[in-house]
Every structure is written in C-alpha cells, then in structure tokens.
Design a protein around this ligand. Structure first.
Ligand code: ADP
Length: 694
C-alpha cells in the first residue's frame, strides 16, 4: 500500500513525464515542490498576517470612531462636572469658613468678604425667630406729619436763622413750647441750637443740647434720625468749634462712630445711621489718626453695602423659616428666576443664620468660566440655559442646583455637522491607507513569488544546460570515434564510402568546435572577459562564409537558400569572428527549427541608420508567449518539438551579447508554423567604448 502522498507524487510525475520524459519529470516535480513550498511560506508569513492586520486596522477605524465619540462625551461630562464642582467649591469653602468662625464664637455676620466673595448679606435670628443681627427689620415709621401751622412756623423760623439769629431763637423757642408732640418739640430745640450757634453763642448752644437728652433715647425725628444721636453729634460739633478740649472731644466722637458701627443694629431700609456715621467721619477728617479713619470708612462701606443688599433680599427672608435645617448642617435655597439671592441657612443651637449670595455675581463668574472653556476646548461648546429645554445634540447636561436650580449647564459639539464630516473624512483616509498598504503588500508578495519562480526556473534551466551540453558533446564524439575506428580497422571500402566517412568526421568535428566555441564564449561573456575587436570591414564576405559553412547542413534537410545582398554596402565596424558566430548560430537554428524542404532566406539590407541582417526560416515558429524570452540565457522552448532537437539554450543569448556589444539591436518576429525571422541591425557608426558586451 502506498501513502496518498506517494500516489500524488506518482500521478504528478506521470503527467509531467508525458512531455518531458521520466528523469526530467522527477526534476520538474522537485522544482515545483520548491515553488509551492515557497508560496506557502509566503502566504503564511506575509499574506495571512497582512490580511489579519488589515482586518484589524479596518475594524479599529470603527472602534476608534466609537471611542472618539465616547472621548468627546467624556470631555463634555468632565467640563460639566468641573463647572459644577467649581460652583460647589465656592459654597464648600464658605461653609468651612463660616463654621470655623462660629466655632471660635465670632460673628459670621461681619467681614462677609472673608467668608465668600459672593456673599452679600447675612442675618442672625434668635430662638423666637426675630431678626437679631446685624439689622432690624424695617418697622413702619409711625411718625405722623406735623400740622400745617407748625410747618409754616418752622419754615419761617429757619429762614430767620442766618439773617436774624435772635429772632430765630425766639421763634424756635415759641414753637418748642407750643409743640405737643415730643419729636416736634425736639426738632424745635434743634432749630434753637442752630440759631444760637449762628449768632455766635456757642456756649449757650452747647448748654441747650442738654434739653435734647431729656427726650426718650429711642425717639426719632421725622426723617428717622434718633434725637439722642443727633444731640451727641451736635454737642461734640459745638465743643470742637469752641476748641475747649479738642482731644477729649475727638475721642468722644470716635467712640460715637464705633458705637454706631459695631454695637448698633441699623434698620433695613433706613439711611439715618450710616448718614450719622458719615457726618461724624467728615468732622473727624484731619483730627483723627488716618489709619483709624480709613478703617472706620471701610467698615462703614461694608456695612452700608450689606444694608443695601439686605434691603434687596428682605422680601425673600420669609422663605427662610420654611426650611430650617438640622443643627450644624447647611441648607441651600436656590435662586428662583426673579430672585436676587441664593440663600444658605445654618442652625447653631437656638440661633439661625441666613446668608444671601448674589445670583448676579455668581452668574457673571460662571459666564466668564464658560467663555474661557469655550476658547480652550474648541470642539465643544458650553452654555448656560435658563429654564430652556436641553438641545438634542447635547453631550452633557447638568442642573446647577441646589444653588441655581433654574440654570442648566449644557455641553454640545461645537459644530455637529463639521464633526460628522471630519469623522467621515478620517474614516475614508484611514480605510484608503489600510487598503493601499494591503494592495502594496499583496502586489509585493506576488511579485516576489514570481521572482522566486523565475529564479527556480533559471536554476532549472542551468541544470538543463549542463545536461544538454554533455548530451550534445557525446553525439559528435561518438560519431567521430565510430567513423575513425571503422577507418582504422579497414572496415570502409571504396573511395566514396571512405570520403563519406572523412566528411562525416570533419562535419562532426566542426559541430563539436562550434559547440565548444559557444560554451567558451558564453562563459567568457558571463565572466565579463569577452572582448571584441571592431574594425571597419565588409559584411558581405562574412555572411557568405557563414552560409557556405552551413550549406551542407541545410541541404541535408532539403532546404533552399535564398540570399539577398545589396549592390553597394558601406564598410561597417564589426568583429569578423563574432558576427560570423552570430550568423552561424542563426543559420544553425534555421536548420534545426526550419521545416524540411522549405526555403531559408538571408538578407542584408542597408538603410539610413544602419544595416539589417536577417535570417528567415519557414518552420515551427515561436509561441508569442515565449518570444520575449528567446534571448534569455539557457532559454529553451517548452514545446516538445523543440525539446526533441539538440540544443543548449545559449546560442541566441550569445547572439544578443554580440549584437549589443556592437551597439546594434536584435529583433525576432515569428508566426508559429509559418515563419521565424531574426533581424539584427548594426549601426553605421561604431558605438562608444566599442568592443565590450553591454
Ligand atoms: P538552442 O540551443 O535551444 O537552439 P538558442 O539560444 O539558439 O538555443 O535558441 C533558444 C530557443 O529559441 C530555442 O530553444 C527555440 O525554442 C527558440 N528558437 C530559436 N531559433 C528558432 C527558430 N528559428 N525557430 C523556432 N524556434 C527558435
């Protein structure tokens, strides 16, 4: 039993042997196996990995796109989270600082800027829910308008103060006595003091202030000023004007300012307290230490700003009591569409603190951050939407609650169409690159495989060549030996037979020497050692000599010889021996491959560029496929008809070398089973560096 492999081998040999004979078939099979093995190695090492890599690359384009989308989404989410965190940080920092202050027992209602730059006002409520610091809630001023008569009298008294102080004093005194309501009486006393001062009676004026202190301390005049405060200020003003005890008076005034700024709860919506402080500070200008003055001014401004802000948000305070947080925990009341403040509430013990942050300020800061983000991240567009629906293409959306619940932070692709377009472009470019790489690799692989096949074929031809040469050598040698031995043993009788034997010996010896010449020349050409000696000469005799030499071989096969020669031929540069060899090779091929009894035509035809020398036979011809390779080293047709004839495959290669060394060209034209014409063209001028094979 033979293995399947052996069976396959035998079948292949049988198929090949039909054309090439058993021995050649075995050799061919070895070569074929070699080619197949190389092709398989190539496929495994190159093609399969290339295909796999290409497939990977193409599918990675898609997954990269997906990851790009995911990446964009991640970035969008990071932006929205980042902005949310920024906002959160504002409040976290505030909470920490406020709690720290409370722990230290300090008031969280002073120096608000230190707690948070966005904090505008803070309020403290006591256990009963009443506002305890830093302001009073606005109680409606229950001061009725003075009667018309009183007003008229006050107006005329005031008018007299500059022109006739004495009369003014009397008028104010009369009005004070007549005023039943204490605030009107106090106002009249104040008028009297002014009139006394205007009349230069400063001491009397100062003494008169005593009367003002007799009124209840919380009494306010029509404009909301407390009579007591006005009295203090007036008295110090008069004393300072007299210059009685400037240092003591200045000290008293500074104490007055301190008291108003720190101990006094101002009333929301009332301007009287800050106005008194401002007046007192004006009087202290140039008297007090500048450092003290500027610190007092700073405090005034801060408190005044707080007072102003408290007035803006006072209407929102009622909300606070609906949401009292757990002890020590901050709770936020987000800004509503129309509110000015974001509220933070914290309860410490019995006390409740409410902090109001400016929505506008927070919003401005957020807008600036968003704008900065938009210039940084070009592919993404961030915006803040107020109570608007989130767009469809939003990559991330986040409410800014609990602080700004009506604001939604939205991150979108900057230009969705452009993004898609660039994605498509990237996809096309990627796929193009991958496919081109694959194409190049595949072409490269096939090309290399083909080259290897050629190399294998060339190696095979070389092997064939050795076999062919020995084969070709043997037959003339055998002939010569047989004929020679026959002559030697006297086996040949008769003149004619004898002559035939001698002719045969000479003929075979010529064949032998032609063969040896060809092989030696070829070897010299391959080594690069062959030199030709080109000199101007007549071509015709060389052609005729070669024809003569071939005549007997041609006529043996009944071939007619037709020679076409020009009447006049210019001398050409050539190597006699070499061109003779070219002719011999071409004629021997014509004799070998031409059909019996047909004509062989040899023509020499001059033209403008050179001289054409052609040999035409009418024989088997050459397949179009093989035409380009007939001049290759060792090439022999696969056609069994050709293979039956002896040959080495170097004849035409030598012809090509010689012609090229002469600066000429060789060309073959053939129609199978009709004719074959080899035409070589020799130039009129010798080539540069004439004499060396190309
Ligand atoms: P060979 O020794 O085989 O004749 P050559 O180099 O002279 O080698 O020729 C190479 C091959 O070209 C031949 O084997 C044959 O196939 C083809 N060939 C050459 N001359 C002719 C011709 N006149 N007619 C047909 N085929 C030819």
């Amino acid at each position: 039993m033979s293995s399947p492999r052996e069976t396959l081998r035998r079948l292949a040999v049988a198929a090949l042997a039909r054309h090439r004979g058993e021995v050649r078939a075995l050799q061919d099979l070895r070569h074929l196996t070699e080619v197949f093995r190389l092709a398989a190695v190539f496929a495994v090492l190159m093609l399969l990995p290339t295909m796999f890599l290409a497939w990977q690359a193409l599918s990675s384009v898609r997954s990269e796109e997906l990851s790009l989308d995911a990446d964009l989404q991640d970035r969008a989410r990071a932006i929205s989270t980042g902005l949310h965190r920024d906002l959160q940080d504002v409040f976290t920092r505030f909470e920490a600082k406020a709690l720290e202050r409370l722990r230290r027992g300090e008031s969280p209602t002073d120096s608000l800027g230190e707690l948070s730059p966005y904090l505008r006002a803070s309020f403290r409520f006591d256990a009963s829910g009443a506002l305890a610091a830093p302001f009073d809630l606005p109680a409606p001023l229950q001061i009725p308008e003075p009667p018309a008569a009183w007003r008229d009298a006050a107006r005329s008294a005031r008018a007299l103060e500059r022109s006739d102080p004495a009369a003014a004093i009397d008028a104010w005194r009369a009005l004070a006595a007549a005023s039943a309501r204490p605030e009107l009486a106090a106002e009249a006393v104040l008028g009297e003091i002014r009139a006394l001062a205007a009349g230069g009676e400063l001491q009397a004026a100062e003494a008169r202030t005593t009367r003002l202190f007799e009124f209840p301390p919380d009494l306010r005049e029509r404009h909301g000023f407390r009579i007591y405060d006005v009295a203090v200020l007036k008295r110090i003003e008069l004393r300072l004007a007299r210059g009685a005890a400037p240092d003591a008076d200045r000290g008293a005034l500074e104490d007055f300012v301190d008291a108003l700024l720190t101990n006094r709860r101002w009333t929301i919506g009332h301007e009287a307290d800050p106005a008194l402080v401002r007046e007192a500070l004006r009087m202290l200008q140039g008297r007090s230490d500048p450092g003290w003055l500027s610190s007092a001014r700073g405090q005034l401004n801060e408190r005044y700003a707080q007072l102003y802000w408290a007035e803006q948000v006072v209407s929102e305070l009622e909300l606070v009591f609906d949401r009292i947080p757990e002890e020590g925990q901050f709770r936020y009341l987000g800004a509503r569409a129309d509110s000015a403040g974001v509220w933070a509430l914290v309860r410490i013990g019995e006390e409740l603190f409410a902090f109001s942050f400016s929505v506008q300020q927070l919003r401005e800061e957020l807008d600036a951050t968003v704008e900065r983000r938009n210039t940084e991240a070009r592919e993404l567009f961030t915006q803040l939407l107020d109570d608007q629906p989130v767009p469809d293409d939003a990559l991330a959306a986040r409410s800014l609650g609990p602080w700004l619940p009506s604001v939604t932070l939205v991150v979108q692709p900057f230009d969705a169409d452009a993004l898609q377009l660039s994605k498509n472009r990237r996809r096309t470019v990627r796929a193009g690159v991958v496919l081109t790489a694959v194409f190049i690799t595949v072409v490269g692989v096939f090309w290399v495989a083909r080259m290897i096949a050629w190399e294998v074929e060339a190696a095979r031809q070389r092997a064939d060549f050795a076999a062919n040469v020995s084969h070709e050598l043997r037959s003339p040698i055998t002939q010569i030996r047989l004929k020679g031995e026959a002559l030697q043993l006297g086996l040949v009788e008769g003149e004619e037979d004898m002559a035939a034997h001698f002719d045969a010996i000479v003929h075979e010896a010529e064949r032998l020497s032609r063969l040896v010449d060809n092989v030696l020349d070829f070897a010299a050409i391959e080594r690069g050692a062959k030199r030709y000696h080109l000199r101007p000469d007549d071509l015709v005799p060389v052609v005729l000599t070669a024809i003569d030499a071939a005549r007997s071989t041609l006529s043996e096969r009944g071939m007619e010889i037709e020679v076409v020669l020009p009447e006049d031929l210019p001398p050409l540069w050539f190597d006699r021996e070499a061109i003779g060899q070219v002719m011999t090779n071409l004629l021997s091929n014509a004799a070998k491959y031409g059909a019996d009894g047909k004509r062989v035509r040899i023509a020499v035809e001059p033209h403008e560029e050179g001289v054409d020398l052609s040999v035409t036979d009418r024989g088997m011809g050459i397949d179009a496929e093989e035409l380009p390779r007939v001049f290759d080293d060792f090439f022999r047709s696969q056609d069994p008809e050709v293979r039956r004839r002896k040959g080495t495959g170097i004849g035409l290669a030598i012809v090509r070398y010689i012609v090229e060394a002469h600066g000429g060209t060789i060309h073959v034209d053939s129609v199978p089973n009709d004719h074959t014409t080899f035409t070589l063209t020799l130039p009129l001028q010798p080539p540069d560096g004439a004499g060396e094979p190309a």
